[in-house]
Design a protein around this ligand. Structure first.
Ligand code: 5CA
Ligand code: ZN
Length: 409
């Protein structure tokens, strides 16, 4: 699939800082030491509805990761998927009496527009589950040949016991895993499974559902976790720097993905860090397509909200926090954008280099965007109160806000 156009990332004076970031697997901050090309995989949308602010907040976090890396003069190899075949998509298409593939295409197109408007950097590879199927089938066959997968009434399951490191991403106990598995697409109560937690790798064709050639697996469609593993291994290989997504993906999705890959290759780890963004809520509940309590990025844009203000609203919250979207959050972001734009539109101002260093330091320490915003606020306040004499300052600030925060002033 094609992704979306990249906005330019201006180069900044001085040098960027190495990222320290929270890793779910170790439960603490890790200093990543990527090579000249940092590698990141971020789980993409399941395109059965429009992009909401929860999605946007999660993609914003990983966009910041890229911006910190780019500031250290590294290249970034970023891969993202689109789960363009899965149960929720089929269920929504059935409910609305529309074609599942057309629905996926339409919502993916809208996602691209939202990402472009929000100035999110595009992935180098943007891969749909459907187009990944020819690569998924041999992986499932190999897992089966290794004894890490088994058949149950034509479906193929992964055996979680096949990976000695299973459980290390989420650190959850078996009871907690079982509960989450039932909530998040698993089938722990299906009779005949070796372990209730075992996830499906390949689902045999069901009456009336789309199906693909599965070679020796028979016709069917892929499970969810193996989709991301196939795409990540194909483009990034083992031991890439960050596997990213919202905190609802830590278990089972990222846990199972890591185990699939580790069982397939005999190598450890799948990713050096598992990074998870907090959940955005509306009216006290996690924003989710299944609950329908959503604020869509596209709806705000249609209502005339500047995408830069939407982005500032996201940046005002630490990526790991769970937070609530309210009108006040957006109003505050609109005010902040106006203050910043006024501050950089003057011909001179207070010295900018110390501010650039503050923003760099804040982001390098577990992506502390609220601290970065506070630093820019202080510069803008000094500009409003006393002004300054540095003629380069407004330009430097506006380039730094663009390069490091993705906000065009
Ligand atoms: N296609 C899979 C990943 S392979 C999927 O989870 N799709 S999704 O559309 O449900 O979610 C896309 C991303 O947005 C995931 O990283 C998910 O964790 C994140 N996300 C979903 N809801 C929220 C929310 N309310 N707040 C923050 N992030 C969210
Ligand atoms: Zn995924």
């Amino acid at each position: 699939m094609y992704a979306w156009p990249a906005s330019e990332v201006p180069a900044l004076p001085g040098t960027g800082r190495d990222l320290r970031i929270h890793d779910t697997a170790t439960g603490g901050l890790v200093t990543l030491d990527p090579g000249p090309v940092a590698r990141i995989y971020v789980c993409g949308i399941t395109p059965y509805d429009a992009t909401h602010l929860g999605h946007a907040a999660t993609y914003n976090a990983f966009d910041l990761v890229q911006r910190v890396w780019l500031d250290t003069k590294r290249q970034v190899h970023y891969v993202q998927n689109v789960t363009d075949i899965d149960d929720p998509l089929l269920e929504r298409a059935e409910r609305d009496g529309i074609d599942w593939a057309g629905l996926a295409e339409k919502e993916t197109a809208l996602f691209r527009e939202d990402m472009t408007a929000l100035r999110m950097l595009p992935p180098r590879q943007y891969i749909g589950a459907v187009e990944a199927i020819p690569g998924i089938v041999p992986l499932v066959e190999r897992l089966r040949d290794l004894g890490a997968a088994y058949e149950l009434e034509g479906d193929v399951y992964f055996s979680v016991e096949a990976d000695p490191h299973f459980g290390q991403v989420s650190g959850l106990d078996a009871a907690a895993m079982r509960l989450l598995s039932a909530e998040r697409g698993g089938d722990p109560d299906r009779p005949g499974k070796k372990n209730p937690l075992d996830p499906m790798l390949w689902m045999a064709a069901r009456e009336g559902e789309p199906r693909w050639d599965g070679g020796s697996l028979g016709a069917g469609r892929p499970g969810w976790h193996i989709e991301c593993v196939a795409i990540a291994l194909d483009h990034l290989g083992m031991g890439f720097d960050i596997q990213g997504g919202g905190s609802d993906l830590a278990f089972p999705h990222h846990e199972m993905g890591a185990s699939h890959a580790q069982a397939l290759t005999g190598e450890f780890p799948f990713a050096k860090a598992y990074v998870h963004a907090g959940m955005v809520a509306l009216d006290g509940q996690k924003m989710s397509k299944s609950k329908g309590n959503l604020v869509f990025v596209s709806a705000l844009r249609r209502a005339g909200v500047d995408p830069a203000a939407i982005r500032l609203a996201l940046l005002a919250h630490h990526y790991r926090a769970d937070w609530e979207w309210t009108d006040a959050v957006l109003d505050e972001a609109v005010d902040r954008l106006a203050r910043w734009r006024a501050a950089v539109s003057r011909p001179d101002g207070p010295e900018a280099e110390p501010l650039v260093e503050e923003v760099r330091a804040a982001l390098a320490e577990d992506l502390d965007a609220p601290a970065a915003l506070a630093a820019v606020d202080r510069w803008a306040a000094r500009q409003a109160e006393n002004g300054g004499t540095d003629e380069r300052a407004p330009g430097v600030v506006s380039r730094a806000v663009d390069a490091l925060l993705g906000v065009a002033l």
